[in-house]
Design a protein around this ligand. Structure first.
Ligand code: SF4
Length: 292
């Protein structure tokens, strides 16, 4: 289902953010609720109203920027919930505004099921998270927000996303340990970063091969088994331990995936995400080993 940008500004400056500078600098007028509603109606009538994932399966993704900064955010959540009744909604947020207990409670009241809140945690402590988020104090606010929501009966399901790159992949085990301790009911997504937007501009800081991040994931197999639900995004099946392959998702639309020469005749191809196209251009396909 489409990515629906709810707001284009953000109060974090994440080093691997996939948004482009043009998107972030654009006017906020396009995100007024009346315009959002008109855009959704156009999409529901079959028009090309959204740029990303317009017709893929899965949840409707409410994205940004940081959606909670939209002055009409709570009304927008209530609107999308009402208009897309019964459909799975996924809100992607940095979680910081939920550190305000009243805001967290108002959100939980509007975000009726099926609704998931996805929040990224970048490391096991404030120093490592804030280094990636680019804002001192972000970790403290995000964790407080997540705890506020976890304590509310009927709050949306919580999905924590750990996006791996050169700055944080070595600390994956410690990050998962923190999540198991502090947010024991959460679902987990571990993913390799996408070299787009600011992430592409910061490539020198971030670049790491999939074989390295997949090896970090493989070392954490026991931790992954301890989560209520876990999924792996953007990892080729052939880089994962056999028992982890069932967690891998085809996490990109067809136009963003590549299946280079080693994938020909691979037994795993149908359920495999292959390689991200920018990754293939940068690193080639030499890490891939077709499955027998
Ligand atoms: S060889 Fe290609 S299709 Fe097969 S598991 Fe690896 S990336 Fe996937």
């Amino acid at each position: 289902m489409p990515d629906i940008p709810v707001w284009n500004k953000c109060d974090n400056k994440c080093v691997m953010c996939a948004n482009t500078a043009a998107f972030c600098l654009n006017t906020t007028k396009d995100y007024a609720l009346l315009k959002q509603a008109a855009r959704l109606e156009r999409h529901l009538r079959g028009a090309a109203a959204y740029r990303k994932n317009a017709r893929t399966a899965g949840a409707w993704n409410l994205t940004g920027g940081e959606p909670t900064l939209n002055p009409e955010f709570l009304k927008a959540v209530a609107y999308f919930r009402r208009r897309l009744k019964g459909e799975e909604l996924l809100l992607l947020s940095n979680g910081r505004r939920f550190s305000d207990p009243a805001f967290a409670a108002a959100f939980a009241a509007a975000a009726r099921p099926p609704f998931t809140l996805g929040v990224s945690i970048h490391g096991p402590d404030a120093a490592s998270h804030d280094q990636v988020a680019g804002v001192k104090g972000a970790f403290r606010q995000t964790m407080r927000g997540l705890k506020n929501l976890s304590a509310l009966p009927g709050a949306p399901a919580l999905e924590i996303r750990v996006i791996l790159h050169k700055l944080n992949y070595r600390r994956l085990g410690a990050t998962l340990g923190l999540l198991r301790r502090e947010l024991p009911g959460c679902r987990l997504v571990v993913m390799h970063y996408e070299a787009e937007g600011r992430g592409a501009r910061n490539e020198a800081k971030l670049a790491v091969k999939l074989s390295a991040t997949a090896a970090a994931v493989n070392r954490c197999a026991a931790y992954l088994a301890g989560f209520r639900a876990a999924a792996l995004y953007h990892f080729p099946l052939c880089l994962l331990r056999p028992e982890l392959r069932r967690l891998a998702r085809v996490s990109l639309p067809p136009e963003d995936r590549a299946y280079p020469a080693p994938c020909r005749g691979c037994a795993g191809r149908e359920g495999c995400v292959g390689l991200m196209r920018p990754y293939l251009r940068r690193f080639g396909a030499g890490e891939l080993r077709p499955l027998p």
